[in-house]
Design a binder for this molecule. Structure first.
Ligand SMILES: *Cc1c(COP(=O)(O)O)cnc(C)c1O
Length: 330
């Protein structure tokens, strides 16, 4: 069954109507250095400025606002590489919903602490995202909680898709979208929105070379397991789920090109964002910049938006990168 047809543009508008009291509209800013480099007009969509430091608050808000009262009272559980857990904890806190967040050992300390501060019960299970996901599934059954999936859920995808509405309003000339790609909730939501308005808009997903689960799965034509490796783009770590229902089909249908970037390129892009734009961007949020900055995008139009998806980087990590990578871009 083709599940993606279940989500339509009207779901994205419905999502926006619901979430505006919780989720901010983010700025679209010019990126003159990248414009000069590419000869196109380049803009950044600054989701790193969301109150939880990433776009994940959009999907989390839409999902939790649509939860029936009885399920709200029983509580929710989620698994996360960090940012989704923080978003769910933030929204659940506002709505008075008890929340358990399962994280693997690999989630950076800054992300773990931020989730704890929001009043969530944090459970650290396993060494990888996929192991944490198994732990979460067990706890969910034991305690009768509702699972808030980080990407493979129509309400989560629709929430992320509201970025696409803001892009169409603030940048109607947009012909190319570049966004980070992990489980694919972000890219499928935005792509559905943009391509509904104009199917010729080009959609480019960017993942890290170290463990790009969606890209490997697309190549194989089915969901494949990947080995999770340490990466600066920790927000993009993890598999796409053995029983993927939505995002695999949607990415297959909507994404025009996929690009992989190296750890060096991610670091260079984080340093570039800080030095040139005074923006704190985490590794997973910087991959779109990396793709353009290191000239890895072969086909693009004249009006490019790059989604800067998050800013939750451990500050000592960013400080080291800022010192070491000042001169690596032209
Ligand atoms: C979750 C996340 C992504 C990837 O989103 P998917 O919907 O899993 O593809 C990208 N950047 C940041 C900062 C994230 O937290």
């Amino acid at each position: 069954m083709n599940h993606d047809s279940l989500i339509t543009l009207s779901d994205i508008y419905k999502a926006r109507k619901g979430i505006t009291s919780i989720v901010g509209r983010t700025p679209l800013v010019e990126a003159p250095w990248l414009s000069q480099l590419t000869g196109a007009q380049v803009f950044f969509k600054l989701e790193n400025l969301q109150v939880t430091g990433s776009f994940k608050i959009r999907g989390a808000a839409n999902r939790l606002l649509n939860l029936p009262q009885a399920a709200r009272e029983r509580g929710v559980i989620t698994v996360s590489s960090g940012n989704h857990g923080r978003a769910v904890s933030h929204v659940a806190g506002k709505l008075g919903i008890p929340v358990v967040v399962c994280l693997s050992d690999a989630v950076p300390a800054n992300k773990r602490e931020a989730i704890g501060e929001l009043g969530a019960e944090v459970v650290v299970v396993g060494k990888t995202y996929d192991e944490a996901a198994e732990g979460a599934a067990r706890l969910q059954e034991e305690h009768g909680l509702t699972m808030i999936h980080p990407f493979d859920d129509p309400l989560v995808i629709s929430g992320q898709g509201t970025i696409g509405l803001e892009l169409l309003e603030d940048f109607p000339e947009i012909d190319t979208l570049i966004a980070p790609l992990s489980g694919g909730g972000l890219l499928s939501g935005i792509a559905l929105t943009l391509k509904s308005a104009d199917p010729t808009i080009q959609v480019i997903g960017v993942s890290m070379e170290r463990g790009p689960a969606m890209v490997e799965s697309l190549r194989a034509g089915k969901v494949v397991d990947i080995v999770e490796e340490p990466t600066l783009a920790d927000a993009l770590a993890g598999g796409i789920g053995p029983e993927n229902l939505y995002t695999f089909d949607m990415i297959q249908k909507y994404m025009d090109d996929a690009i992989l970037v190296s750890e060096e390129e991610i670091a260079g892009a984080m340093a570039f964002a800080l030095h040139k734009h005074h923006l704190v961007v985490e590794g997973g949020g910087a991959v779109g910049i990396a793709a353009l900055l290191y000239e890895k995008v072969e086909r693009f139009g004249q009006n490019i938006a790059i989604v800067i998806s998050g800013g939750n980087v451990d500050l000592p990590v960013l400080v080291n990168i800022a010192r070491d990578y000042q001169t690596t871009w032209k």
